[in-house]
Design a binder for this molecule. Structure first.
Ligand SMILES: NC(=O)c1ccc[n+]([C@@H]2O[C@H](COP(=O)([O-])OP(=O)(O)OC[C@H]3O[C@@H](n4cnc5c(N)ncnc54)[C@H](OP(=O)(O)O)[C@@H]3O)[C@@H](O)[C@H]2O)c1
Length: 180
């Protein structure tokens, strides 16, 4: 089974976005995101970054698709126009089926679910989703999308020291699905 991991940055009120974008800019978090989602144990493999159509729309055109990773956009719109090499899926089950296909099964290492709210909620329903990488930001931003409480089902396994960038503070955490 290909592991499915969530990666998310959350503010102090569980907010993850505002007005269709991220309301903060944290260079250290972007670096952490890139390192985690690009890194593979096997040099022959790549990771999938799975995102909702609104998150895809929120990435500036010059930065998408996210390089060195296989981008999959979840959308109900089969006419959505995406650049060559970017894959589309109509639901989460279809993504799991794609990872088992002849085309992808030997070249995929991990599926990273990278947002937004709707897609995180979908992913959390699946037992395949074993791990959550959280960037916990210590300030609040008046967000309009949120990451729902997950701590009853997941246990914290790692916590970094605190990082400071300008007026903002944050730290990294890792959670794993409880065994039962
Ligand atoms: N803090 C973080 O780590 C983080 C990470 C990513 C995004 N964000 C923020 O989150 C916000 C976007 O989140 P969002 O919830 O509004 O949108 P989203 O989850 O990015 O995208 C929602 C869209 O994805 C498609 N979709 C969702 N579930 C689907 C399913 N089961 N099957 C098929 N398609 C599905 C639909 O696209 P169609 O309408 O095309 O059918 C839906 O409108 C933005 O503010 C963004 O900046 C934050």
């Amino acid at each position: 089974m290909i592991p499915v991991y969530i990666i998310v940055a959350i503010d102090s009120k569980s907010g993850i976005g505002k007005g269709g974008r991220l309301p903060w800019h944290l260079t250290g978090d972007l670096k952490h995101f890139r390192e985690l989602t690009c890194k593979t144990h096997s040099p022959k493999k790549k990771n999938i970054v799975l995102m909702g159509r609104k998150t895809w729309d929120s990435i500036p055109k010059e930065y998408r698709p996210l390089n060195e990773r296989i981008n999959i956009v979840l959308t109900h719109n089969k006419y959505l126009d995406v650049p060559e090499g970017v894959l589309k899926a109509e639901n989460f089950d279809q993504v799991l089926t794609m990872t088992k296909s002849e085309r992808l099964k030997n070249i995929i290492e991990t599926v990273f679910v990278i947002g937004g709210q709707q897609v995180y909620e979908e992913a959390l329903k699946y037992p395949e989703c074993q791990k959550i990488y959280v960037t916990q930001i210590h300030q609040a931003f008046g967000c309009d999308v949120f990451f729902r409480d997950f701590k009853d089902r997941f246990v914290k396994t790692k916590e970094s020291t605190r990082h400071n960038e300008g007026p903002l503070n944050y730290h990294f955490e890792e959670y794993e699905l409880k065994s039962n």
